[in-house]
Write a protein that binds this ligand. Structure first.
Ligand SMILES: *Cc1c(COP(=O)(O)O)cnc(C)c1O
Ligand SMILES: [Zn+2]
Length: 435
């Protein structure tokens, strides 16, 4: 076989490499399969190894052997390789006082709120999809999006000199709409929810020779998510964690982190071990977590009603596989209400100095539930995937903080202000001691 090719996930039929996401024989989704023997040969020859990877530039292209990239592909954007770090203060709050110390040593954040260039993990999937779009000869790329994909497709298309058509539900956050328009993309707002936008895009993809990153290029797009898993393993010192908590929209990311861990294990780059996968959703759009909690193997589509718009997919394309990944791993899925999302955004910011968007609030809130349910134990190495940046969803915090009245630039004014404002005796005392 070629280095990689499309295979049907159910009947196994091979489809070569082409812009296509569904098997015509059995209507199941296609997925990229690699020639693992040839990758093992590179490992045997020493051209691909932990040490080789560590010497490469710090971006997602360091794992190119395990990505579906066209021959001779030269990356134009340094995407990914976001920080992974411990979160002791958050751990103390999530795990409760008794276990705070243990949890503090074992909780990590994977921070894709700072993924470049558009501050969400969607930059990873778009980077791979557009590499293939160019190889397939598309001069126009497109997507249906819950926001972050829109930003990423628009930015990467600008960089590569491709035309971009972006289809979004009309209720997206203003910052995500502006953060798409600024790159010169054509933005089409649809009076409907994401699932309706996506159906429309499938119809347009039949009519026009456009590369829709999450429709006809979807199998290539999805592989980009594996780089989150590769990085987590490498940044833990080529070790797999015990648990990962992953926000779910279409359900692709969670299945691809699993694929990444499995590939590293199969190739001998990490020691194989069981990892539990935990899915996170907003209660107002929780088709996957509902299926997991009710023991169903299939998705019951929902009408989204949540502030976590980046996760608001009522009929998730990879829902079935996400359920399977979670169940087979011994993990679980939970969901949190909109007020819990806001509290969790604030908790993460106040404990660890990271401002995440609503999806990150969903992840942190869900992780708290999982600790309280003893599904995640404090002594287990646990990674929370923070997938997007809070500056894109500031509208959800409107009204949470008061805008202070300005005071005159005079010391006496400030002293007066302090006395009027601070009602706790300790803080007022502290202020006078310092004076
Ligand atoms: C798209 C998205 C997800 C979920 O991705 P899927 O692969 O569709 O499940 C998670 N977080 C953020 C911020 C996203 O934009
Ligand atoms: Zn098939």
């Amino acid at each position: 076989m070629a280095q990689y090719e499309l295979r049907c996930r159910e009947c196994g039929r091979s489809w070569g490499n082409q812009p296509r996401s569904i098997c015509d024989e059995c209507f199941s989704p296609l997925e990229i399969t690699y020639d693992y023997d040839s990758i093992l040969a590179s490992i045997a020859q020493g051209t691909f190894s932990r040490e080789r990877v560590a010497q490469r530039p710090p971006n997602m292209w360091r794992y190119s052997e395990l990505l579906p990239l066209p021959a001779g592909f030269e990356p134009r954007l340094p995407v990914g390789f976001t920080p992974l770090f411990q979160a002791p203060r958050l751990a103390a709050r999530l795990a409760g006082n008794g276990d705070a110390k243990t949890a503090a040593d074992h909780l990590y954040l994977k921070n894709d709120a700072v993924c470049l260039p558009t501050l969400s993990f969607k930059d990873r999937v778009v980077a791979v999809a557009l590499a293939q779009a160019q190889a397939f000869g598309f001069d126009t790329v497109a997507c249906s999006s819950t926001g972050n994909l829109a930003n990423a497709v628009a930015a990467h298309a600008a960089r590569l000199g491709l035309k971009a058509w972006i289809f979004i539900p009309s209720d997206l956050e203003p910052a995500k709409i502006l953060g798409t328009q600024v790159f010169g993309a054509n933005v089409v707002r649809i009076a409907g929810n994401y699932d309706q936008v996506n159906r429309l895009c499938s119809q347009i993809a039949e009519e026009r020779r456009w590369g829709f990153v999450n429709v006809n290029l979807r199998p290539y797009y999805a592989e980009g998510s594996k780089t989150v898993g590769f990085e987590i393993a490498e940044q833990l010192g080529w070790r797999l964690p015990d648990n990962v908590v992953v926000p779910m929209a279409g359900g692709s990311l969670i299945t691809k982190i699993k694929k990444a861990f499995d590939e590293l294990g199969k190739l001998g780059l990490v020691e194989e071990k069981p990892v539990k996968f935990f899915g996170a959703q907003a209660t107002g759009c929780s088709p996957i977590s509902t299926a997991v909690k009710t023991g169903s193997a299939e998705i019951e589509p929902q009408k989204p009603a949540t502030i976590a718009r980046s996760l608001a997919i009522g009929n998730p394309a990879d829902g079935h596989y996400a359920i399977r990944t979670i169940k087979h791993s011994g993990g679980w899925s939970e969901d949190v209400s909109d007020p819990e999302v806001i509290d969790s955004i604030r908790l993460l910011a106040e404990t660890e100095g990271i401002f995440t968007e609503t999806a990150g609030g969903v992840t942190v809130g869900t992780a708290g539930k999982l600790y309280r349910q003893d599904r995640i134990l404090p002594e287990e190495t646990t990674v929370l995937c923070i997938t997007g940046n809070g500056l894109k969803t500031t509208d959800v915090l409107a009204g949470v903080y008061e805008i202070e009245r300005p005071i005159a630039p005079k010391l006496a004014e400030f002293e007066k202000y302090l006395h009027e404002t601070l009602d706790t005796v300790e803080v007022a005392q502290e202020a006078t001691v310092g004076a």
